[in-house]
Write a protein that binds this ligand. Structure first.
Ligand code: UTP
Length: 448
């Protein structure tokens, strides 16, 4: 007679043509069987079947695509006044303890190929501080400056959650009060092969991957983090990605613009200079704010230039946001779903004999949601300009563009500018980079 658990699983899997998941069932231990059963029971097979039948390009809202406006950097007294008022608004919110920091760190960091959570990567130009340390020091410095503990939420995924927690504990939360830090995991999604079948990465395990940074908006809610923040009196979340060491984790002017605009979501944009750069583009679609991946932009628009040669669609999104806590609560209360984007990936799998195969070419599709797709649910959006050299140098690749090497150089350059602003000049090369690496530990500085 068939084991009841196996029969139960077959009932779930058969209608979707996924029985192969139990191919090695008889060779599994009791514990392995239960773990595999838990995986199967957690899969939304209707959703997966629907996704397998779609294209992976979430349809753009219908309508004309036009450049979207943003608050530009100050150019005259009037705009400087606007910026300083926003800064004051943000500073008041920070002093009142209304702002939390939120880093998404659930990604797999495949391109970097670092053994450990990406946040543990030693990025510091001199002392090799980790990305997590760089960010936490900024939270600490801002907390001291504004005289109010700024909570930090950290999103992980099941693959790096334990290692991330251990890293924070090993480093004593980088000086932050441990109870001001919340670490929680995001959901996972299975991947499928070319025929829509789940992929077994081992005889007892279905391949799963984190569901994209868009998963953060649900994970904040499911983990109880939103309630925790509300209990602390937080109404604004400063969101950033773990791989950008230059991000101003707490930026009073940005927070101020967000609050003054009563925005659900705010975003930072920098001036695009290279049409094909892999940045989301800040646009209006039929008058509504959206970020469109560069690859989804009609080519003529992606390349369109103004008379002065600048790109017509000038705002590039760099994944720095403010979210209103009430907006995230409302999204989750009302139920929301972000569209899935598809990515073709090389995914190791076991063949029928149980042997692990590492494909040389992409053999599977991963499904991810993107946080900027939440703009479609926002009633009020504020976009604010920032400078690339001050705020954006992500660590994506092991070498070349957007690598540890470029990030370290950019960090030293940003520190050189900070020193310059207080009258300390350091030697620069012809490209404006300092001749020697520089470190400024934000926790020691008086201003954030
Ligand atoms: P990327 O999309 O660049 O992915 O994530 P990654 O994991 O860092 O690197 P690759 O693509 O595997 O090489 C941008 C940011 O979003 C977070 C990442 O941790 C990073 O901070 N992220 C991404 C999540 O938190 N969860 C996800 O599911 C995906």
């Amino acid at each position: 007679m068939m084991e009841p658990l196996k029969a139960q699983l077959l009932q779930i899997l058969s209608p979707y043509g996924q029985k192969h998941v139990l191919r090695f069932w008889e060779s599994l231990t009791l514990g392995e069987k239960q773990a595999l059963a838990n995986q199967v029971q957690a899969v939304d097979f209707d959703l997966l079947a629907r996704l397998a039948g779609e294209t992976g390009k979430p349809p753009l809202a219908q309508g004309d695509i036009e450049p979207a406006p943003f608050v530009e950097l100050p150019t005259d007294d009037a705009s400087a006044g606007r910026w300083s008022r926003a800064r004051e608004t943000g500073e008041a919110a920070l002093r009142a303890g209304r702002v939390a920091a939120f880093v998404v760190a659930g990604g797999q960091g495949t391109r970097l190929g670092f053994d450990g959570p990406k946040g543990a990567f030693p990025v510091g130009p001199i002392t090799e501080r980790s990305l997590f340390q760089v960010h936490c020091e900024k939270v600490l410095a801002a907390s001291r400056h504004y005289g109010s503990t700024i909570p930090l939420a950290v999103m992980t995924s099941s693959a790096n959650d334990a290692a991330t927690r251990a890293f924070f504990e090993q480093h004593e939360f980088f000086g932050l009060p441990p109870d001001s830090v919340r670490i929680f995991t995001q959901e996972e999604m299975p991947a499928v092969d070319a025929s829509g079948k789940l992929i077994l990465e081992s005889p007892r395990h279905i391949f799963m991957s984190p569901n994209g940074h868009g998963g953060s908006l649900k994970a904040l809610w499911d983990s109880g983090c939103i309630e925790w923040l509300e209990d602390l009196g937080i109404d604004t979340i400063s969101y950033f990605q773990v791989d950008n060491p230059l991000v101003k984790v707490i930026d009073p002017a940005f927070v101020g613009f967000h609050i003054e605009g009563a925005a659900d979501i705010s975003l930072k944009v920098l001036r695009r200079t290279i049409p094909e750069e892999k940045l989301g583009i800040w646009v209006h679609v039929a008058g509504e704010g959206r970020v469109v991946e560069y690859i989804d932009m009609p080519v003529e628009k992606m390349r369109a230039r103004n008379e002065d040669g600048s790109l017509r669609f000038s705002g590039g999104s760099i994944a720095i946001h403010c979210f209103s806590v009430a907006f995230i609560r409302a999204l989750n209360r009302e139920g929301f779903a972000l569209p899935f984007h598809y990515a073709a990936k090389k995914i190791s799998f076991v063949d029928e004999s149980g042997k692990t195969i590492r494909p040389a070419e992409p053999n599977g599709t991963k499904f991810e949601t993107f946080v900027f797709d939440a703009l479609a649910f926002a009633k009020r959006i504020v976009a604010v300009e920032t400078l690339r050299e001050e705020e954006f140098s992500p660590v994506k690749n092991a070498a070349g563009n957007d690598s540890p090497e470029t990030a370290r150089r950019d960090m030293s350059r940003a520190y050189a500018h900070l020193l310059d602003a207080v009258g300390i000049s350091v030697g620069l090369d012809t490209d404006g980079y300092p001749l020697h690496p520089i470190k400024i530990a934000r926790s020691e500085s008086r201003t954030p």
